[in-house]
Design a protein around this ligand. Structure first.
Ligand SMILES: Cc1ncc(COP(=O)(O)O)c(C=O)c1O
Length: 374
């Protein structure tokens, strides 16, 4: 048996007529960039978050740095995040010209550890950039408190957590803006690249709209800007998929629960931690080997047995070759949890269209390895 890591084509087939209808509508409209389908999706996406504005952009990385720019973050400013996230979180800080400051992650959730943030705050600190890693919200209540105390901006990197929530808060409620990615494999993914900024801040909305479109609000009138727009075909695909995201998240949660139940007695791995009261939407189901030396062996075993497991993310940002490439970067305090996460993580197949047989086969293979691990 083989178990794939992704189910993109299965997902397309499951709602093919809805996606095809929207794509046809765009194709027949003759309006492919900044057309009516983009406007419609932006409205739907803002409403999904219970927020006022959503701006479609070219990808999740652009969503981040366009937001930083819109909020006036640039050279001389510092943004605090953690190093065991996808590279783009820090990359966007550098593109904006600011300094990335890394603090450790929480040993259980692997999201930023709020108790490590204040030691990193300096007069140059402008923003906190929590990531809802693997699909579980960072502790936004603690993060908001720190931001209020030090008068900092908060930008949520929500590339992985669409539809997630925390105990007593929704995504977007406690920040200045939420940035998301629609790349293929995301919980809400298109057939290519895409991203969005969601905000209640009118200035951010207006500024990002201008920046994404050559600094233009009106034909032939420009200010400084870029070209980073979400195409209408992608907006149509996303509009069709958005209607199913809640059910798909439920399915991800169901497979996660089946994995966790099946693997509960394994001795050599740690299972993902769900913070009580939070809705984890399992963009990724990430286990960790208790010993770093076991990680590659387990990964190889699973791959040899037909299970397409992967790692997110095996090389922490500060451990990448050539770091920091002449860019502004600071590490504050030990970051041993982030380093452990990078050294020990394995992502098991996770997508809504998995089957019981695929999940159970994967569980059995992990248990088989676990019994023989030395
Ligand atoms: C946490 C995180 N931030 C940012 C990004 C960047 O998104 P994109 O690939 O659409 O630029 C991604 C995904 O790729 C991500 O997982």
């Amino acid at each position: 048996m083989t178990v794939p890591f992704y189910g993109h084509v299965k997902q397309y087939h499951s709602i093919k007529s809805e996606i095809d209808t929207n794509m046809q509508e765009v194709l027949e409209s003759g309006q492919y960039v900044m057309g009516p389908m983009l406007k419609r999706f932006e409205k739907e996406f803002a409403a999904f978050h219970g927020m006022q504005h959503a701006v479609g952009v070219g990808n999740g990385t652009d969503a981040l740095w366009l937001t930083f720019m819109a909020l006036g973050i640039g050279p001389g400013d510092e943004c605090i995040t953690h190093p065991n996230t996808f590279f783009a979180t820090a990359e966007a800080i550098w593109i904006a010209g600011a300094t990335a400051v890394f603090v450790d992650s929480d040993p259980k959730t692997n999201c930023i550890d709020p108790s490590k943030i204040e030691a990193a705050v300096t007069p140059k600190t402008k923003a906190l950039v929590p990531v809802h890693l693997y699909g579980q919200c960072a502790d936004m209540i603690a993060i908001r408190k720190i931001a209020d105390k030090h008068k900092l901006l908060v930008i949520e990197d929500n590339a992985q957590g669409i539809g997630a929530s925390g105990e007593g808060f929704k995504i977007g409620e406690l920040s200045d803006a939420v940035c998301t990615s629609f790349i293929i494999q995301k919980n809400l993914g298109t057939f290519g690249d895409g991203g969005a900024v969601v905000t209640n801040n009118e200035q951010v909305d207006r500024h990002v709209r201008r920046l994404r479109n050559h600094g233009s609000e009106k034909r032939s009138c420009h200010s400084f800007g870029f070209n980073s727009r979400l195409d209408d075909l992608h907006a149509g695909i996303l509009s069709a998929k958005l209607k199913h995201i809640h059910d798909w998240s439920d399915l991800r949660r169901k497979w996660a629960a089946r994995y966790s139940k099946g693997l509960a007695k394994a001795h050599n791995i740690t299972l993902p931690f769900e913070t009580p009261g939070y809705r984890h939407v399992y963009h990724l189901y990430v286990i960790e080997t208790k010993q770093a030396k076991h990680r590659d062996a387990l990964l190889q075993f699973l791959n040899d047995e037909g299970v397409d497991a992967k790692c997110h993310y095996p090389i922490a940002i500060h451990q990448q070759e050539g770091y920091p490439w002449g860019k502004g970067a600071r590490i504050v305090g030990p970051i041993s949890n982030s380093e452990r996460n990078a050294a020990c993580c394995i992502s098991l197949p996770m997508f809504p269209e998995l089957t019981e047989e695929e999940v159970d086969y994967t569980v059995d293979r992990v248990l088989e390895w676990d019994r023989s691990a030395k």
